[in-house]
Design a protein around this ligand. Structure first.
Ligand code: NAD
Length: 236
């Protein structure tokens, strides 16, 4: 990944921060797009932005091209969980917030960045979905639906771009210890932990490892694909 320009949404903490550190260690020039203003720490460039707002995404794209000249890799990682309650009790505003960030945010960043990759005839997009999108976690309706949407969007986009030199894949991690868990109840966290056959949570470094592979020159014949990262929970 030497000198590759890698844009990571949600780079300020959690998975995004680990992916940024790993990509930088591989020689990449890392750009963080985050709603948190402290995303810039240790990165080549950062844009304070909101993935759910088209104008904000367009501004981040313009600022990044002005600063870096090009984008080789887009990692759609920014996300929120929302409260953990049954669908019929889900606050309507939280439904719209989770779908806006976790699903529409991926669409809006793809829409902004992919034409640039198409012009150059090369690129990599890696979307961070979740095992919740495969299995549908109880008490996480909008999150599960948004992540299922990210999986389908990845498949759709992968087919559209298959012959273009732009490869698109997604990963489906199990639960990891990040600030995302702050919106979950302790009972919900325990229930999810108990489903992982390896008996432990996912580590942020394991996410970074897989993202670096999918972003790099070693990944040449996989597109529109879903890469599992669940310690044996989801074997498809
Ligand atoms: N932690 C887990 O258990 C887990 C498991 C599977 C998938 N994921 C997914 O991984 C991704 C990263 O999650 P995490 O655990 O690192 O969470 P996190 O809360 O630690 O970090 C999320 C980052 O996204 C940023 N962000 C939030 N809303 C944004 C917006 N509207 N625009 C731009 N940036 C925004 C935050 O500022 C933060 O830097 C998410 O898509 C999440 O759904 C997490």
């Amino acid at each position: 990944m030497k000198d590759k320009v890698v844009v990571i949404t949600g780079a300020a903490k959690g998975f995004g921060r680990a992916i940024a550190q790993r990509a930088a260690a591989e020689g990449a020039r890392v750009v963080g797009w985050d709603i948190a203003p402290d995303a810039a720490q240790g990165l080549h460039h950062a844009e304070t932005m909101d993935v759910s707002q088209p104008d904000s995404v367009a501004g981040a794209m313009a600022g990044t091209l002005a600063a870096m000249g090009r984008i080789d890799v887009l990692v759609n990682n920014a996300g929120v969980n929302g409260p953990t309650v049954p669908n019929w009790e889900y606050p309507v505003e939280d439904w719209y917030r989770v779908i806006a960030v976790d699903l529409s945010g991926v669409f809006l960043c793809v829409r902004a960045v992919v034409p640039h990759m198409l012009e150059r005839g090369e690129g990599r997009v890696v979307n961070i979905a979740s095992v919740a999108g495969k299995e549908g976690n109880a008490n996480a309706g909008p999150y599960s639906a948004a992540k299922a949407g990210v999986i389908a969007l990845t498949k759709s986009l992968g087919k559209e771009l298959a012959a273009s030199g732009v490869l698109v894949n997604c990963i489906t991690p199990a639960m990891a210890e990040t600030d995302l868990l702050k919106e979950m109840t302790p009972e919900y966290i325990e229930g999810i932990k108990a489903k992982i056959p390896m008996g432990r949570l996912c580590r942020v470094e394991e996410v970074a490892e897989m993202v670096v592979f999918l972003s790099g020159p070693g990944c040449t014949f996989s597109t529109g694909a879903v890469f599992d990262l669940t310690g044996g929970r989801s074997v498809y």
